[in-house]
Structures are given as C-alpha cells and as structure tokens.
Design a protein around this ligand. Structure first.
Ligand SMILES: [Zn+2]
Ligand SMILES: [Zn+2]
Length: 199
C-alpha cells in the first residue's frame, strides 16, 4: 500500500491497472463511518492517467507508514507526546517527535497559531500554481483552516515550510464540500504569510 522507499501509495487505476502516487496527489480525505480499528479513509487522488479516482487507505497507512512507525503507536496531539512508545524508543521518527519536531504541521487560523497535525486531519488538497492549497480540520479546536504550502511540506515527513500562506477566513463546517469549491476558494482568497514554527 505505502512504499517507504518511494514515498508513494499504490492504488488501482481503471486505465493503467495500478498507479503509485505521492500524498500531495491526494485531493480529498473522508473518514468512513463504521470500521473503527483501524479507521479507513476514502481518498480521491489525481492519477498519472489524467483522471481522478477513489481509493481506500487505512489510518495507519495514512499517518504512520510515511514515518516508518509501527501500527499502534499513539501520538497525542493534545499533549504533544508520543504515548505508548515502549517498542519504538529507538525509532528515529519517534525520537524526533519526542524532541519537539513534527512530521507535519499547519497554521490554525481560528487559533492564530501553528499546530502539529497528521494527514488523517487533512480535508482537501488542490494544486494552485507552484503551491498546494491544503485544508485541514484542526485536531485540537476542530476549526477548518486553509494553508498554501509546498508539495514537500505534504510529501516529506519532518519537512515543514518555514512560512505558509494562510487564508484569513473562518470557514463554516459545510463551506468546502468539494475539491471544485475548494479550488474556487483558493483562486478568490487572499493569503497572508505566517511563520510555521512550533517552538
Ligand atoms: Zn488512473
Ligand atoms: Zn485549531
């Protein structure tokens, strides 16, 4: 499913049979009701064939596989702690998280502060020029924020842009339902640069 060597997810493609995509090729994320352990997400992704398709990704593959962390490791975003960590203490990613480095982060507009985040809190992604528009549901305040980031900010764990663009706008819960609405919002919105430092 996730190949750590190429940082790509494997999905099926009606035209090519199989396709491998980076996280930044994902367009929408939807947690499916029901299955809780592990949770399953339906994602829509942009395929090399030119089309967009749906695929299923487990919560573990979304958040942990890019870090090489074993399933079951729990990072508590409320306390910023990696919580039962007994088996993973030697793991580089866990060590970095414990040292206060975060694999992913975003600027929460409702709270006016940077926050650590995991891809399972991503909501919508859409390219806009050389940047990516990233809509995130804040794991702490549940508010919706839209950042403008580099593809590496999404694809490379522990690569956090020093500055991100932030849409200065509070979104209603149902404001961004589709990638199309999101793209329109990205083109009309004004962005303000924010420092993305979690110290
Ligand atoms: Zn395809
Ligand atoms: Zn927040």
């Amino acid at each position: 499913m996730y190949d750590a060597l190429t940082s790509r997810y494997t999905f099926s493609c009606p035209a090519r049979g199989e396709t491998k995509v980076l996280l930044s090729a994902f367009r929408s994320f939807e947690r499916l009701p029901g299955a809780a352990h592990p949770a399953v997400f339906r994602v829509r992704f942009s395929c090399a064939c030119g089309d967009e398709h749906d695929g299923l990704v487990s919560h573990d593959d979304l958040d942990w596989a890019p870090l090489g962390l074993a399933a079951g490791t729990f990072v508590n975003l409320m306390t910023s702690r990696v919580e039962p960590l007994a088996d993973e203490l030697g793991d580089l990613a866990a060590t970095r998280i414990k040292a206060g480095e975060w694999p992913w982060s975003f600027f929460c507009w409702p709270e006016e502060r940077p926050r650590p985040v995991f891809p399972s809190s991503f909501f919508l992604l859409a390219p806009g020029g050389r940047s990516l528009g990233l809509a995130v549901r804040c794991p702490v305040c549940q508010g919706l924020s839209v950042n403008l980031v580099s593809p590496a900010h999404v694809d490379v764990p522990f690569h956090n842009d020093a500055h991100v663009g932030v849409v200065e706008h509070v979104f209603a819960d149902d404001a961004l339902r589709t990638v199309e609405e999101f793209r329109a919002e990205l083109y009309s919105a004004s962005f303000d640069a924010r420092r993305l430092s979690l110290e």
